[in-house]
Design a protein around this ligand. Structure first.
Ligand code: RUB
Length: 327
């Protein structure tokens, strides 16, 4: 283990940071897999040593990308259960196997959640619909592919999603299924909004007040949708809901390197020019018609209830058990 962190885990962290692994659900599953790998590779001979390893890996992963709440929630899912097992006095070997078992359980549940969201969301799609999606969300696209597989016929507008062009991934996934897709530039969203029946996007985080944090540009699309009376749906697994927002914490918006927006050579020596590259934005609850979760469809106002159901009563110390890093 380099610096106590297995090489495979270092690679996962690097891949999340560089966006080779991207999208909130995939990020969460990769982070949880990192805990599984850590447990399998563990050389710890004491419980304390084992928790130190898990904490070191968690701290490392929490520093990769700050916005996807699914990442800390995924880690928390595993660490909470291992901590509870330790409190019951279970021996080290059992703690290691519980880490592996709960990590596999999270990964399986997460994939099943996306499948369920696909099923539930597909019922909201009607024959002849024109749908717009932004960026690339597994949860949102699964709704579309499930509806298509069930025989519904509709068209999809996909925004290219500057600067990283994740819209092209969505275009390919839908195009390969034979779904009619029209690719548009992000700033054309309002131009086409009157033709669109439904917007469906994913989420990196859902706050207790129902605000949705998703790829930059989502809130502008929501604004245009509201103006045109177009429905705005969000597809989000319950592990994307942020317990910390209940106690007033804000979801951190990742600011990425300016070179994603423009090559520095194009700015050259112009000293008064700067570039900003926020990766996500916040869509207030009043712009969201409904959130499609694996537990069912909720209005955004019910986000707090989901958080209470999934994470229990929130007190600052309790939610961050064994997750000591605060960004
Ligand atoms: C991806 C993005 C996606 C959400 C949900 O941003 O904003 O809409 O993460 O995706 P990035 P999923 O490309 O910067 O990671 O439904 O796949 O979890």
């Amino acid at each position: 283990m380099a610096h106590g962190i297995p090489r495979e885990v270092v690679k996962i962290g690097q891949d999340i940071k560089s966006m080779k692994i991207r999208g909130a659900g995939r990020i969460a599953r990769a982070a949880v897999r990192a805990l599984l790998i850590t447990s399998r590779a563990s050389k710890a001979t004491t419980t304390r040593g084992f928790f130190n390893e898990l904490n070191e890996v968690s701290t490392f992963l929490l520093r990769t990308r700050p916005t996807a709440v699914s990442l800390p929630n995924g880690l928390r899912y595993v660490l909470k259960r291992v901590s509870e097992a330790e409190e019951k006095g279970l021996e080290l070997a059992r703690l290691k196997s519980i880490t592996i078992k709960t990590a596999l359980e999270f990964i399986k549940n997460s994939k099943e959640a996306i499948r369920r969201i696909g099923e539930i969301g597909a019922h909201r799609i009607n024959d002849g619909d024109v749908i717009l999606t932004h960026c690339n969300s597994d949860a949102a696209l699964t709704i579309l592919t499930t509806a298509w597989d069930s025989g519904k016929k509709f068209k999809v507008y996909v925004t290219e999603t500057r600067p990283r062009l994740q819209g092209l991934i969505s275009m390919k996934i839908l195009g390969k299924k034979g779904i009619p897709v029209t690719l548009i530039i992000d700033s054309a969203a309002r131009y086409f909004m009157n033709d669109i029946d439904k917007v469906i996007v994913g989420a990196d985080a859902v706050a207790a007040n129902g605000a949705v944090i998703n790829k930059i540009g989502t809130s502008l699309i929501a604004l245009a949708a509201k103006e045109a009376r177009t429905s705005f749906f969000v597809a989000a697994e319950t592990y994307k809901f942020s317990p910390e927002t209940v106690i007033g914490a804000l979801v951190k918006i990742e600011e990425r390197d300016s070179s994603e927006v423009i090559r520095p050579s194009r700015i050259g020596s112009l000293k008064s020019v700067s570039v900003k590259n926020p990766s996500f934005d916040v869509t207030p609850a009043e712009y969201v018609d409904l959130i499609i979760t694996e537990k069912g469809i909720i209005p955004p106002e019910a986000a707090f209830t989901i958080i209470q159901q999934e994470f229990g009563p929130i007190t600052k110390g309790a939610t961050l058990t064994r997750l000591s890093v605060e960004e």
